[in-house]
Design a protein around this ligand. Sequence first.
Ligand SMILES: Nc1nc2c(ncn2[C@@H]2O[C@H](COP(=O)(O)OP(=O)(O)O)[C@@H](O)[C@H]2O)c(=O)[nH]1
Ligand SMILES: [Mg+2]
Length: 239
Amino acid sequence: MSSIVCIPTFNESENIVRIIDAIQNVRPDIHVLVIDDGSPDGTAELVRARQSTDQRIHLIERSGKLGLGTAYCRGFAYALEQGFEFVYQMDADFSHDPNELVRFGQAINDADVVIGSRYVQGVNVINWPMSRLLLSWFANLYTRIITGMPIADATGGFKAFRASLLKHIQLDRIKSNGYAFQIEMNYRLWRLGARIVELPIVFTDRVSGESKMSKSIIKEAAFLVWKLKLATIFSFGKK
Ligand SMILES: Nc1nc2c(ncn2[C@@H]2O[C@H](COP(=O)(O)OP(=O)(O)O)[C@@H](O)[C@H]2O)c(=O)[nH]1
Ligand SMILES: [Mg+2]
């Protein structure tokens, strides 16, 4: 049973080697695919150095900062082409605890999608300013109300997909980035009848490197939920 974890990176030289080590430590079976957007800090070179001695490490390099959503789509397309059975996604910055990959591995055996959820059992977020926590929490409430999708944490980025279901998503049609990308993937998979499981996780804000969160990411998500909802009403949004 083959698994690969997709990690998008932009300027993660302080984290990337450590996160690869941590992942391989808990799940030696798992392959790691880094999708780097030409990070000026040399993230890709660090991955390439590791790659030369380890066949479980894969690297896609893009020419510039083209956004998180398209980075994931590139990664997913690669994972499907290579025939991996389970495709994971996580951030490079240790906000997602690599030790949880063990529980994800168990949960995905009985599901099509596993979402690492910060809000399924109370609120499990460490070190975020209250403003960012409230934003995230209300974004999820807003998404739930408008789309009707029964997911407590639709914007989280720590997930696992069963490839046999993921391959039904037309990845080249997905244009959203940031939070909106996470919502759009969940929504399309939910509409396809995916068995979605939310696994309670603790999210810790990054210690090293810088966040790429911005106002445009929030605006994009706010519009996207309406777009998805309206597309469904007019039934353009089946996939
Ligand atoms: N390839 C790629 N990765 C990105 C881009 N923007 C963010 N990332 C990566 O996506 C992950 C999440 O981004 P982060 O800045 O931590 O967002 P936050 O946790 O919401 O503040 C990290 O691994 C980033 O390096 C991008 O435009 N392209
Ligand atoms: Mg982060």
